[in-house]
Write a protein that binds this ligand. Structure first.
Ligand code: ADP
Ligand code: MG
Ligand code: ZN
Length: 481
């Protein structure tokens, strides 16, 4: 029987977080009262003229640089025509055949996914289907034009993705890159990072692409994965029973876990693209690009590499840290202050992440400071407290603002490392257990663990284990019976 493999291409619409809209001066902030962030330009009144927002272009170029794209010398805007109430002008200003960015890539776990292009466009307004009957069958709809004219960057991948899991990796990495360069907040729920997935299947080993469907309404990374998986299975069942996949736009329904046909796939000519006559083509100055290059921060991929090669973190740990820019920035600050990389990484990835999840908090809401972490790491490396005690101090620091030294004092966690004190504790335990000592010398070296346990118990866990081990060896070697 013929085996089929999936082919996936993703289109991402990312809100560029400029202060004002793409072609007018209206603000772009989310959540304002409906229709309070509008003007004659973004409402498409007759006689108005658009003006290009320079920040939008700068942000788009930065994305292009981060994705290793070619930045076009000249780029232009085009009108994409369609009629729908969310689009007051009857057309969207977009870019058709001369996008600002071309031919880049995103690396996910050593695989390169090519980025076909990225182009600027304006967002449409938002329809709210009101009425008693709800979304379907309601008798009227409301429209909010606050979102109309907000700048978007549409980032289109080549069909290089071959599994739902790869799609998720591509999206998380892309979102992370956009956050690192600070051009998009990547918030799926607020719709500032939206994804459409194109899916087809083909017999394994063949090159030709199969007929694709485009899935819309994907509101979470989980939805993307589930929808792609569902679509692969649906198409495979169709083809295996001798039917054909119809080129279509389909809607994902998170409730029933299925995709449903929405409309037959539109072609470019359906949109009657033509150059936007109200905007001149843009010539992108090389000097400007060079300035933007200088503003580029360290990107996730480079950061991961640095963590693994310079700081000797495990690749998986580097991955987890870099996934959150806030956590990774915090980590870098703590390291700069002199905290040990390994310990800091462990504390952040382990107890800190667990705490955030449990309390449903964001990293920026923590009272923990990089100085705290540095002090904690120093206390452990100096032997002032044990690793276990450090975790106890950390859990206090996560809950409220405090100071490491004060907490160690308050919780009575200071470790005993003084050889004189510990020598006494070790000798006492050995003296109290002569038969076990005899067993030890007859070769049952396992009882050493028993001595160790007794000593720790006797010191209420405050003895420095390294010093105890050293003294235990020393005294056992001399105290022949
Ligand atoms: P459209 O506007 O028609 O959706 P785009 O060029 O914006 O076209 O996006 C097409 C997307 O679909 C790209 O991500 C591309 O890689 C992907 N794609 C094209 N053909 C196929 C196919 N046969 N199977 C899967 N993905 C495809
Ligand atoms: Mg499309
Ligand atoms: Zn406006």
């Amino acid at each position: 029987m013929t085996e089929y493999e999936p082919v996936i291409g993703l289109e991402v619409h990312a809100h560029l977080k400029t202060k004002s809209k793409a072609f007018c001066g209206c603000p772009t902030s989310f959540g304002a009262e409906p229709n309070t962030q509008v003007c004659p330009v973004c409402l498409g009144m007759p006689g108005v003229l658009p003006v290009v927002n320079k920040s939008m272009v700068a942000f788009a170029i930065k994305v292009g640089l981060a994705l290793d794209c070619t930045i076009s010398n000249t780029t232009k805007f085009d009108r994409k025509n369609y009629f729908y109430p969310d689009l007051p002008k009857g057309y969207q200003i977009s870019q058709y055949d001369e996008p600002i960015c071309k031919a880049g890539h995103i690396t996910i776990k050593n695989k390169k996914i090519r980025v076909h292009r990225a182009h600027m466009e304006e967002d449409a307004g938002k329809l709210v289907h009101a009425g008693a009957a709800g979304l379907h069958g309601s008798d009227y709809s409301l429209v909010d034009y606050n979102r109309g004219g907000v700048p978007l960057l549409e980032i289109v991948s080549e069909p290089d993705i071959t599994s739902p899991e790869e799609a998720r990796l591509y999206l998380t990495e892309l979102r992370n890159i956009l956050r690192y360069i600070d051009v998009c907040d990547g918030n799926l729920e607020e719709g500032s990072f939206r994804c459409d997935a194109n899916v087809s299947i083909r017999p394994v080993g063949t090159k030709e692409l199969g007929t694709r469907t485009e899935i819309k309404n994907l509101n979470s990374f989980r939805a993307v994965q589930r929808a792609i998986q569902y679509e692969i299975e649906r198409q495979t069942t169709l083809v295996e029973s001798g039917e054909k996949v119809v080129q279509q736009t389909r809607l994902w329904n998170d409730g029933d876990g299925k995709t449903h046909p929405m409309r037959s796939k539109e072609e470019a000519h359906d949109y009657r693209y033509f150059p936007e006559p109200d905007l001149v083509p843009l010539v992108i100055d090389k000097v400007w690009i060079e300035e933007l290059v200088k503003q580029m921060p360290e990107l996730p991929e480079a950061r991961r590499r640095r963590y693994v090669t310079e700081l000797k973190l495990a690749p998986d740990d580097a991955y987890v840290l870099v996934e959150s820019k806030e956590m990774s920035d915090f980590f870098d600050r703590a390291i700069k202050l002199g905290a040990s990389a390994k310990e800091t990484a462990n504390w952040l990835i382990g107890p800190t992440q667990a705490y955030l999840k449990e309390q449903k908090l964001g990293f920026d809401e923590l009272p923990l400071t990089p100085e705290n972490v540095r002090d904690l790491a120093t206390a452990v490396s100096r032997g002032t407290i044990s690793n276990t005690a450090a975790k106890q101090v950390l859990s206090e620091l996560l809950a409220k603002k405090s100071d490491v030294a004060a907490l160690i004092e308050k919780l009575g966690l200071t470790q005993v490392s003084d050889e004189g004190d510990l020598r006494k504790a070790v000798s006492e335990v050995l003296a109290a257990n002569p038969s076990q000592v005899a067993e030890f010398h007859q070769g049952r070296t396992k009882v050493r663990q028993f001595f160790f346990g007794e000593i720790m118990k006797g010191t209420k866990g405050k003895a420095n284990p390294q010093v105890v081990n050293k003294l235990l060896d020393e005294i056992l070697a001399t105290a022949k019976i």
